[in-house]
Design a protein around this ligand. Structure first.
Ligand code: PMV
Length: 352
């Protein structure tokens, strides 16, 4: 879908409506870090959509009232979020001409803890974009489900880039890549099911909550610092190149190469932060301790436990359900959990 196609709308009948939608979070394997104007990613990325960590959103639209947005997170009003959503709605008026013609009450809750390093912006904007598409269909007539998801992904991207990947389950690509057919900078697409080995279709993501406080540098600022990072161009090129081995790995089920590539991507993301000016480090002591313990465990047992990191200190522990998972789970509980702040771990799966 191009921007032009998105705009192809007819007449609207705008009425008061309440819609509710839910959307999961996602965790990237090849990372998006750095962007251009209008939320165009500097390189393509691929992520797993989680099964359980979701945002559930009820959006009440009161037609023909002055435009305003009220948001509640778990029953508490969130003023900071209101300003962000108002700005977002104004920004997407060019795609949804009715959007400023009413008042919004948005009630949202996450099925996972706040500040857990699980991207609530991804699930949150994903859920809001789905609500907006539900309203758009009520006002203008229903389109196909596929078209509607594509449009929701397009809209979610304009809220928070990585959110556009949350609209689909399984493995999802955002950003134009020569090796992924149909991929686009404007919205995400599902990675073709037939090109994914069974081993990658039943995976765990256990998130160790190493540090539960506010991040010292936001993603927005982090992306911005790539503009002056002398290594940025090489990094963007590497991410594009990494899709070539990733495609082979996903097809033939090569777990060893998968582990090497995914951990390299996570460490590169954090290396970019350290190479920024000003430099910043989001990993904590516990992050490094856990990484070293994972490497020792793999060396000793040969079992496929590995990690990825988001823009934060928490560690996403990845491992397949292929027979060795009980041993891995026991190791995590006894050896890695002590490195968390409050024995915090969020257990999710990616099964599709
Ligand atoms: O979507 P944003 O702006 O919150 O950026 C997310 C960037 C990473 O989570 C670090 C990587 C990614 O691809 O999700």
């Amino acid at each position: 879908m191009t921007t032009q196609e998105f705009l192809g709308k007819e007449n609207y009948t705008v009425t008061s409506q309440t819609v509710s939608e839910s959307c999961p979070s996602n965790i990237a394997l090849i990372k998006y870090w750095g962007k251009y104007a209008d939320q165009i990613p500097a390189n393509p990325s691929i992520s797993y959509t989680l099964n359980h960590c979701k945002t559930n959103t009820i959006l009440e639209f009161l037609a023909d009232q002055p435009f305003s947005v009220q948001t509640f997170l778990s029953g508490n009003e969130e003023v900071k979020f209101e300003e962000k959503i108002e700005k977002y709605f104004k920004n997407i008026e060019q795609y949804l001409p009715w959007i400023l013609r009413g008042r919004y009450i948005i009630k949202t809750e996450n099925t996972f803890p706040h500040s857990s390093g699980i991207a609530s912006s991804a699930s949150g904007f994903g859920a809001i974009a789905k609500c907006l598409m539900a309203l758009d269909e009520l006002f203008s007539g229903k389109g196909s489900e596929e078209e509607s998801l594509g449009k929701a992904s397009f809209l979610a991207r304009l809220g928070s880039g990585s959110a556009c990947r949350s609209l689909y389950n399984g493995l999802v690509v955002w950003g134009s890549s020569d090796v992924v057919e149909g991929s686009s900078d404007l919205f995400a697409v599902r990675y073709p099911d037939e090109d994914i080995h069974a081993i990658f279709k039943d995976f765990n993501d256990w998130v160790l909550l190493i540090h539960e406080g506010q991040k010292s540098v936001s993603s927005t600022v982090g992306h911005g610092l790539m503009n002056t990072n002398p290594y940025a161009e090489r990094r963007f090129q590497e991410a594009r190149e990494n899709f070539i081995p990733m495609k082979e790995i996903l097809k033939n089920g090569d777990m060893e190469r998968f582990i090497t590539l995914v951990e390299h991507e996570a460490l590169t993301l954090h290396a970019m932060m350290m190479m920024s000016d000003p430099a910043f480090i989001l990993m904590k002591t516990g992050t490094l301790e856990v990484i070293n313990k994972i490497w020792d465990f793999r060396k000793e047992t040969g079992l496929p436990l590995f990690f990825t990191l988001d823009a934060g200190a928490n560690v996403h522990l990845l491992f397949p359900n292929n027979g060795a998972e009980e041993k891995i789970k026991t190791f995590i509980e006894s050896e890695l959990l002590p490195h968390t702040q409050k024995n915090g771990v969020v257990k999710d799966v990616m099964k599709f």
